[in-house]
Write a protein that binds this ligand. Structure first.
Ligand SMILES: [Zn+2]
Length: 184
């Protein structure tokens, strides 16, 4: 981001280059989600992180974090517990309370069902869940908050906020994300 700063008094305009923070993500699309769906989901992720002052770049290799979209009942994904598979969890970011992982699982099939139930758009919800799970990879795995994108359970209101492009990180979380990415 280039910011133009006009210094008062001397009439000189100085270009200041603010520190550019970029989050790099890779999607492993095992569920074979159509490209058009993914593109809208990715645009939603970018919008949420832009609001937190961070750019998002999608890479095929060398990304900081990988988002795995398992197909339903895919036995290869042992990290997802049976309960997660059968329940209505939308995503999962493995890790411990002290160690942050680099993988997040996003369960498109559950998101699709819940989006239908709450009358929200699946593509937008998919992106919103990706943003939430990556949030776990940026803070701590079990860090849920009482407001905003990092709430642990979403109800009708959360789905509608997401649908309206109004479900974001809190100001404090945005700050944490920028610190974390600035450290790398
Ligand atoms: Zn969560």
């Amino acid at each position: 981001m280039i910011m133009t700063l006009t210094l008062a008094g001397d009439g000189v305009t100085t270009m200041l280059e603010a520190q550019e923070l970029t989050l790099t993500l890779r999607i492993q699309n095992d569920a074979r989600i159509p490209t058009a769906v993914l593109l809208e989901a990715q645009a939603t992720v970018a919008k949420i992180y832009t609001q937190a002052g961070v750019n998002v770049a999608w890479l095929d290799t060398g990304a900081q974090f990988t988002i795995i979209m398992p197909s339903r009942g895919n036995a290869r994904h042992n990290d997802i517990s049976e309960q997660m598979r059968r329940g209505n969890a939308m995503g999962y970011a493995p890790g411990t309370t002290s160690a942050i992982g680099v993988l997040a699982y996003v369960l498109d099939y559950n998101i699709g069902e819940l989006a239908r139930y709450y009358r929200a758009k699946r593509n937008i919800m998919l992106g919103t869940v990706i943003a939430h799970e990556v949030g776990h990879l940026l803070f701590l795995p079990r860090s849920h908050s009482t407001t905003g994108l990092m709430r642990g359970k979403w109800n009708h209101v959360d789905f509608q906020s997401a649908q309206n492009g109004a479900l974001f990180f809190t100001t404090e979380q945005g700050k944490l994300i920028r610190i974390r990415l600035g450290e790398q």
